[in-house]
Design a protein around this ligand. Sequence first.
Ligand code: 3PG
Length: 212
Amino acid sequence: AEDGVLARLQRVGIVPVLVADDVSGAGDLADALVSGGLPVAEVTLRTAAGLDTIRRMAARGDMLVGAGTVLTADQVDQVVDAGASFVVSPGFSLEVVERCHRHGVSVVPGVATATEVQAAVAAGLSHVKFFPAGKLGGRPMIETFAEPFAGVRFMPSGGVSAANVADYLASPAIFAAGGSWMASKSLIAEKRFDDIARLSREASALVRGSAG
Ligand code: 3PG
């Protein structure tokens, strides 16, 4: 089941990172992403509405819903209970990774250094988030990491945009890319769901056009 989730992330290619202030928009937001060809979401726990947004979106059954900004093992329990199929962290926490393994849920921890990639490998992982990708050197930095860590695949996030996502996805070291540009906090707060659907459509077209 865990590998199947990562394969689905790779197939969709782009993972919308969502910050939702209000659970009432979750249905329309999910509709916009699904109709735009991005049936996946990393719903962050940065807002109080995050957990209920996961619950609402996971209950639909037509999209892959994960939790982001998961910092503690207790939060792993909470998001799994809410129906999350995968867990993403901004950094590497062995406690978070081990709790995910105990639940049988896929986990993609963040890395920014070789030490953290090495810790993820030691924990049995082959898929990590590279965060914040733009500020850390982008695709060239990922490809440098991929030399010593040949079995590791990266999901850049942070500064990924419509302008650079195809270049990221063309790298064999990259299995998916995360970002908020197609469903930013302000687009969500202003309920601009038509714009979110259009930006998602444009983003998913870039995945189909890329080598990845
Ligand atoms: C993340 O947690 O992955 C980032 O906040 C997404 O970064 P972006 O807003 O620059 O796309």
